[in-house]
Every structure is written in C-alpha cells, then in structure tokens.
Design a protein around this ligand. Structure first.
Ligand code: AMP
Length: 432
C-alpha cells in the first residue's frame, strides 16, 4: 500500500518522501487510517517498526486540517515519553515530517535549563513532546494551556509504568480535556498496560505488529559463551573485525559502562558513553559523535539508551546479559531499524545460561551459538578473582528493577516513586 492511499496531507507526503520512505511500514498502514478516522488506539509495536511516524504523521495531518484554538498559546497535541532521549528523538521526527507545515513543536524534559522551554511555551506550541516530570513542574506553574488539546499520545507506555510514572501521568491526564483522542504505544500488552488503556482510552482500536515482543526479524542474533573475566578481551577481539563499524554496547550499570569505555579507549578505539551520570549535553554530544561516526562504539545502559534512533548501527553487543527479556528486545531493536540489517551479539557467561534459556522461550527462537575464531579462551581468571562480579540486583527471584540511580532524571524532582516491583508485571521472567 503506498503512502498516497493513507489520506495524508500533500505537504506531509512530500516530507515523507524527502525522508526517503517509499512505503509505509506495517504499523503505519494499520494505525494511520484508524487515527485519521478519529479512534483512540492501542499500538503494540516495538521500536524499529516505524511506530513514531505511525502516530506523528496522522496527528500532523489532523492538526493542519483543523483551525487552531482561539487561544494562541493552547497546546493541541501532547506526546508523553519516558526519557529525554526518546523525547528528543520524537521531536526530531516531528520536525522532519512537519517541515512543510505551519506547525510549532517544542520538547520539554529535565536536566537542562528550563528557560528556552518556557519561552517556547509562551510563544505558542501546537505539538508538545514531554517527559512527565518536567511537564508537571511547568504545569504546576501554569505555563501550559491544555484547554485546546485534542491529542494525547503515551509512547513506550510499558516503560513509563516500569519507571513509576503512572501517578505523574494520572495527574497530567486529569488536567486535559476529556474530549480528546488518546493513543497508547507499547512494546508489550501486559495486564498493567490493559488497565492503563481502560483508564485513559475510550473504545480504542488495537493494532498489533508481529508477535508479542518479537525482535526485529532482520537482526541476526548470536550468543558468544565467555567467562566473565574474558568479556573485555572478547569485545576487543571482535572489534578487530572492521565490519563492526557502528557498535552499540550495553552495560547493565553505568560504572561498568565507564569501565568498558576506558578499556576500549586505552586500546585506541574511539568510544563514547551514554548513562544517567552524564549531563544532558554530554549525552547529546555522545549521540551526535556516534551518529556522525566520530566514535565507533557507544556504551550505554538500558535506560539511557531508550529511544536511541540512530540509523546504521551495525552491531548491538550485550556485554552484560540483559536483566529482563523486554530489555533484550529493546536493546536489539536498536539495530536492524527500518529495513536495515544488523547483528545482535550477546555475551553469555556460565551464570547467564538460565537467563538465556528463558529469553529464548520468550522470543520464541534460539540464539545462534558462536565461538570467536582465534580468541584465546583459556586465559585463567586473575588470582583472587571470585565468581563473576555480577551486578545483578537483589539476588532473589522477586527483586526490583535495576537501581533507581540509573533512572533518567527526565523531570528533576523526586516525584516518581521508583521502579515498580517485579511482581507487579513483567518483572523477573528470567527466573521462571
Ligand atoms: P521507530 O520505530 O519509530 O523508532 O522508527 C524506526 C526507524 O524507521 C527510524 O529510523 C525511522 O526513520 C524509520 N522509518 C519510519 N518509517 C519508515 C518507512 N515508512 N520506511 C522506511 N523507514 C522508516
């Protein structure tokens, strides 16, 4: 089905063409007509499927097709995202698709000066992308006029719940007009998500792309068995291969991310890090350098990497095996984006075996076992090294999500109550 038949404005089609898209992705074909028809919508799709355009394009089409509210400062569409990185990337999408439209967009998130954000709000914004914390700060100061709001989008809703944003979202939604169109996107449809849709959506249509939490089919998924103490040497060994030219490495903890980056830099491999101890400007810089090719490797923690939208990532390396199957799906969704092909490499220590088996059950397919050619697997662990220095938390089967320290500071204040306990949803699937 061509874009032309979806009923979008000509100026939007022009921008889509300029973005190089030739045909809509499945989530776009399914969601866009429903949104244009005015339905509330539940979109079950992971990142990498084109879901951002699936909601941004029809919202823009409806905004240009309707007269602005008579109050010039009134916000007409609000998109809520869990992290600032995701918010920034949604805004980049909005700017690209709205480049030929008279639509004013702004993004507000914590960790940076609020002054430009306040100025933008005062100047008038049609479409606002926001993380919940900073938005509430500015709402409390009566800087947001939602009286003309017609669209609310909750993006990566499952992640917002995981991060304890539900009370914030409730407060925000209470301040919005009841007559509005609400769209919710989530990688999975859990009971918690269903409860949220009952609370915020009205007679929603559901579109679901692929099997639940099914990693992008274009990604080759490999598992390298490796003892804990040889992980850093194995990473260096793999990076000798020039094909690994744009590599996103996942570390479970930010200190681990720094350690990995130091090790690579020490061997002359240009590396940047992305985690919550870095300032917003440092993070944006890291992403920019990675996108431009100025650094070859980006080492990130799960939460900081949310929403990274970088085309051309050749490989994702799970240096630390992910804590939750959903994290795995999100991590490897960073490669093979759009129609690109990519490899996902997971390091698997003996301690990770049961997690690997659970993951394979979850995604419904096996990872391909590989051994690195020419790599010396026999180097003994340094004397005194205890069993793998696992950074897994709350070593019990009902532990909480990763530490609060690595939550994004998307809104500054300590409003969020922290991660939900695993028992409240899709927590520790590994240990079933
Ligand atoms: P998303 O799932 O929204 O994170 O998008 C994943 C990637 O797919 C982004 O890099 C988009 O620019 C790209 N993309 C979105 N729609 C299309 C399309 N119709 N054709 C090709 N690429 C697309």
């Amino acid at each position: 089905m061509p874009f032309l038949s979806l009923g979008l404005d000509a100026n939007i089609l022009k921008a889509v063409q300029e973005a190089g898209y030739t045909e809509p992705t499945p989530i776009q074909s399914a969601a866009i007509p429903q949104i244009l028809a005015g339905h509330d919508l539940i979109g079950i799709a992971q990142t990498g499927t084109g879901k951002t355009a699936a909601f941004v394009l029809p919202i823009l089409a409806k905004l240009v097709g309707t007269t602005p509210h008579d109050r010039p400062r009134a916000i007409r569409a609000l998109i809520l995202a869990p992290t600032r990185e995701l918010a920034v990337q949604i805004e980049e999408n909005v700017r690209a698709y709205a480049r030929h439209l008279p639509i004013r967009a702004a993004t507000i998130y914590g960790g940076v000066s609020e002054r430009p954000q306040i100025q933008a709000l005062r100047g008038g914004v049609d479409l606002l992308v926001a993380t919940p914390g900073r938005l509430l700060d500015l709402m409390d100061r009566r800087l947001c006029d939602f009286s003309g709001l017609t669209f609310l989008v909750l993006d990566e809703a499952e992640r917002m719940l995981d991060m304890g944003f539900l009370p914030d979202i409730r407060r925000i939604v209470r301040a919005l007009p009841q007559r509005r169109q609400t769209l919710l996107f989530s990688a999975t449809l859990s009971q918690d998500i269903e409860a949220v849709t009952r609370e915020f959506l009205r007679a929603p249509k559901t579109v679901q792309i692929g099997r639940r939490a099914n990693p992008a089919e274009t990604v080759t998924q490999l598992a390298y068995e490796v003892p804990q103490h040889l992980k850093s040497s194995l990473l260096l060994h793999l990076l000798r291969e020039p094909g690994l030219n744009m590599v996103l490495v996942f570390s479970r903890m930010k200190h681990g991310a720094d350690r990995i980056a130091r090790g690579l830099e020490g061997k002359g491999i240009r590396t940047a890090t992305l985690h919550s101890n870095r300032s917003q400007n440092q993070r944006l810089r890291a992403l920019k350098d990675f996108k431009s090719g100025a650094v070859r490797v980006l080492v990130a923690t799960d939460i900081a990497a949310r929403g990274i939208d970088v085309d051309g990532i050749s490989h994702v390396v799970n240096y630390d095996f992910p804590m939750h199957p959903e994290d795995y799906v999100h991590r490897i969704g960073r490669t093979g984006r759009g129609h690109a092909v990519g490899d996902a490499i997971s390091f698997v220590t003996p301690e990770d075996h049961s997690a690997l088996r659970s993951l394979e059950r979850f995604i419904g397919r096996g990872l391909v076992r590989k051994r690195a050619e020419g790599f010396n697997y026999t180097v003994a662990a340094p004397a005194g090294a205890t069993a793998a220095p696992r950074e897994r938390h709350a070593g019990n089967s009902h532990g909480p999500r990763p530490p609060a320290a690595d939550r994004p500071s998307g809104g500054g204040s300590g409003r969020r109550s922290g991660f939900r306990s695993a028992s409240a949803g899709h927590g520790n699937r590994w240990r079933r």
